[in-house]
Design a protein around this ligand. Structure first.
Ligand SMILES: Cc1cc2nc3c(=O)[nH]c(=O)nc-3n(C[C@H](O)[C@H](O)[C@H](O)COP(=O)(O)OP(=O)(O)OC[C@H]3O[C@@H](n4cnc5c(N)ncnc54)[C@H](O)[C@@H]3O)c2cc1C
Length: 482
């Protein structure tokens, strides 16, 4: 821990700290512990401030942040001049550096935007020019022959591509967890299972939760799909969130040799379109769909959605359809009626919104955090002198980097790393034990999966499920699985 700094508390139940006495209130409460809220809390932890991060669900990264396509975008195709374009460009650089520092797995595979008809082929120079306006000068148009040499398993009919070096794949779960871990170790209190149901704006603000009232001088809204509803608690009606569902299919690791780059489509009106990409865990993803819905909880997959994906995937990479499917999942993007992030300061209210963080929020997260801290300062928050954050080094979940089961020295020191519990994903007892005892321990078996990959493989826990559950229960986690 950094000298002179207390570690923050992580709570999941019971009364919240008493913030009722004058001067006992939090300086800032960040509401929502997705990748954005966790990044903001970490950024604020650099300052001598009393910070809380509060989350409705029982873990960090339980909302949109757990179900995306896990690409660290370059932002080559953002709307030039938009806030999103700036924050994605800066976020990409900041997150790549942060990943190196903390051990978040990243693989810079590069992307190719494949043109399947003459119209798409004609759009490539325009996209290259847009990329240039976004500061990316290394894109290059590839002819059909060069493209096929690069991606020999592509389906027939690919006419050419735009090569985008620098597009990378990343572990989104470790990213959110690294921010939260570093924030807590640097003094931020993390209150889980703590939905803010009402707000009583004032000096200080009162945030009403089922676990009691939190008082705060400043509030940050990082509520993802509920950012507009949270805004309404502060009397703001600046935008409306429309959940845009993205369904995805995860193919088993045997499919990994079929694809070398991130295969992107030429983008259309509904967003980035359906892609095929490897994951850092060695799987291959196909998706996402883009469906505008009313229901903010509709994270189910549908037969039509999956059939449409298979049809598109079969054109891009026909052999993919012969591979085993490990899982399907869906995430909901926070689309709004505007084409940009909805980040705004409301100085009179001492309140900042980070809403409308749509399909690039993982990449942009560290830059959004820095921007939000600037907005807080513009709203009158005295930040104080910057100080170093407590260091973190995250367990590696990436296949391209040394995993514990392959590390003879580590196993000699600690034989628990030599005992494999989840054979599909080769997760050891040592990794599960350490995750259960970590700074932000999992609140459920799914949370444990996101920290270790246990139960994420082709058998989906059929073989290891009972052992993993026993370890989870033995570690003294009384809360039920969600
Ligand atoms: C299919 C799909 C693919 C994507 N692909 C990529 C990609 O490849 N690369 C990329 O950079 N981005 C991608 N994204 C976007 C990225 O995942 C999101 O932008 C990002 O996760 C948004 O994070 P967030 O913290 O704003 O929201 P969330 O992760 O949803 O977090 C918001 C949190 O607020 C909590 N909350 C809400 N209301 C309250 C309340 N009243 N009190 C307390 N807590 C509350 C919620 O429980 C939730 O945990 C993708 C998204 C989707 C859906």
């Amino acid at each position: 821990m950094t000298a002179g700094r207390r570690r923050g508390a992580v709570t999941r139940a019971g009364a919240l700290p008493d913030t009722s006495a004058p001067g006992a209130e939090y300086d800032v409460v960040v509401v929502g512990a997705g990748v954005v809220g966790c990044a903001v809390a970490r950024e604020l932890a650099r300052r001598p401030l009393r910070i809380a991060l509060v989350e409705a669900s029982g873990d960090v990264g339980e909302g949109t942040s757990k179900a995306n396509t896990a690409i660290l975008h370059t932002g080559f195709d953002a709307v030039p001049g938009s806030l999103e374009a700036r924050l994605v460009r800066d976020g990409q650089r900041l997150l790549a550096d942060y990943a190196r520092e903390t051990g978040i797995p990243v693989e810079p595979l590069g992307a190719v935007l494949v043109a399947w008809d003459e119209e798409q082929l004609a759009a490539l120079p325009r996209l290259a020019e847009k990329a240039r306006r976004n500061g990316h000068r290394t894109t290059r148009v590839l002819g059909a022959g060069e493209l096929r040499a690069r991606e020999p398993h592509l389906g027939p009919g690919a006419l050419g591509a735009l090569e985008v070096p620098g597009e990378s794949i990343i572990c989104p779960w470790t990213t959110t967890l690294a921010y939260a871990t570093q924030a807590v170790r640097s003094g931020v209190d993390l209150h889980l299972d703590c939905r803010v149901e009402k707000a009583d704006p004032g000096a200080p603000h009162r945030l009403i939760t089922p676990r009691g009232v939190l008082r705060a001088r400043y509030v940050v809204n990082a509520c993802g799909l509920y950012a507009d509803r949270f805004d309404a608690l502060f009397g703001r009606r600046d935008f409306t969130v429309t959940p845009r569902r993205g369904q995805l299919i995860v193919f088993d690791t045997f499919a990994r040799s079929l694809v070398r780059h991130i295969l992107l489509p030429v983008p259309g009106v509904l967003g980035k379109g359906v892609l095929v990409t490897p994951t850092v865990y060695g799987n291959v993803l196909l998706g996402p769909t883009a469906e505008d819905l009313d229901d903010r909880t509709a994270t189910g997959s549908t037969a039509e959605g999956l059939a449409a994906l298979r049809a598109q995937g079969g054109r891009i990479l026909p052999a993919l359809l012969d591979e085993e499917v490990t899982a399907v999942y869906a995430g909901l993007r926070s689309a709004t009626e505007y084409d940009d992030y909805m980040c705004a300061a409301h100085p009179a209210l001492r309140y900042v919104t980070a809403g409308g963080i749509r399909s690039t929020g993982l990449t942009a997260s560290p830059a959004i955090a820095a921007h939000v801290v600037e907005l807080l300062a513009d709203s009158g928050l005295v930040l104080g002198a910057e100080r170093p954050l407590a260091p973190v080094r995250m367990p590696n979940l990436g296949e391209a980097f040394p995993r514990p089961y392959r590390d003879a020295e580590l196993i000699a020191r600690d034989p628990e790393f030599g005992t494999i519990v989840c054979h599909c994903e080769r997760v050891t007892r040592g990794e599960i034990r350490d995750a259960l005892a970590s700074t932000v321990p999992p609140g459920s078996l799914d949370g444990l999966r996101r920290r270790t990959r246990a139960r994420a493989g082709r058998c989906q826990g059929f073989f290891c499920g009972a052992t993993v559950r026993a370890m989870f229960e033995e570690a003294g986690h009384p809360w039920p699985e969600r």
